[in-house]
Design a protein around this ligand. Sequence first.
Ligand SMILES: Nc1ncnc2c1ncn2[C@@H]1O[C@H](COP(=O)(O)OP(=O)(O)OP(=O)(O)O)[C@@H](O)[C@H]1O
Ligand SMILES: [Mg+2]
Length: 274
Amino acid sequence: MNGESGPADRHAIVCRGLRHAFGDKVAVDGVDLDVAEGEIFGLLGPNGAGKTTTIRLITTLLPARPGMVEVFGLDVARHRMAVRRAIGYLPQQLSADAALTGRENVGLFARLFDVPRRQRGERVEEVLAAVGLADAAERRAQTYSGGMIRRLELAQALVSAPRLLILDEPTIGLDPVARDGVWERIQEVRRATGMTVLVTTHYMDEADQHCGRIALMHRGRVQALGTPSELKSGLEPGATLEEVFRAYTGDRLDEPGDGFRDARRTRRTAGRLG
Ligand SMILES: Nc1ncnc2c1ncn2[C@@H]1O[C@H](COP(=O)(O)OP(=O)(O)OP(=O)(O)O)[C@@H](O)[C@H]1O
Ligand SMILES: [Mg+2]
């Protein structure tokens, strides 16, 4: 945690006592998390559990106080710009501009994220190829399918060659083939670079297949943490991850107010991508 420790306990992310409220609505309620360098860590939980808010605290988009967040040993409250430079972020909400071409969209992020001018052109072509969009790079994003848009947004998040990639529902609203396509690209880049990945998803099969460890959030708290097999066998022999999810979050239907707003937000996002 102090940056002086050995390789075995190097962390990409450390959160302690993280808390955030919107007015009197407590969205994140004392979250502790350790994400090791190089792992794919899944943040799961029902709509409104606090996943996106936790991500916004880690990415410096919300103030991480009270509590503490370190990214590669840097306190996000004190080293905001350095932390931002280390992170590639694919937000839950649409981040591509429909009127720009694929190449222009990625180029814009390369400038925003301070990719040195001399490397920009090359980096943009590299990530477009890495997500399988080289042939579509000249087309405006408005002509892309939902799967292509999510891969374009992945390219935007990757263009700064981040050490930590944060993906908020990267496969929402995609068909199974498009979902596999997104995950293949993520896995390829990770194998090549050793980057750490923090991801949220509502697809339990994806989490089971791709995440090394999972934190299950509910009502702003981490309710369960472990590898997919630890979580499953911890419930009962032969349990599925979906059953684990239900076991820890089964009482969510008694929150009608939030549920309505959260469903609306989720559907709006899915609709725009679909
Ligand atoms: N900007 C905001 N203003 C007010 N309340 C908010 C805001 N953002 C989130 N919330 C509330 O905070 C809680 C956690 O929301 P958050 O978006 O972090 O959940 P989530 O786990 O990402 O859900 P989803 O799976 O639907 O994306 C919810 O009750 C939500 O309504
Ligand atoms: Mg969310």
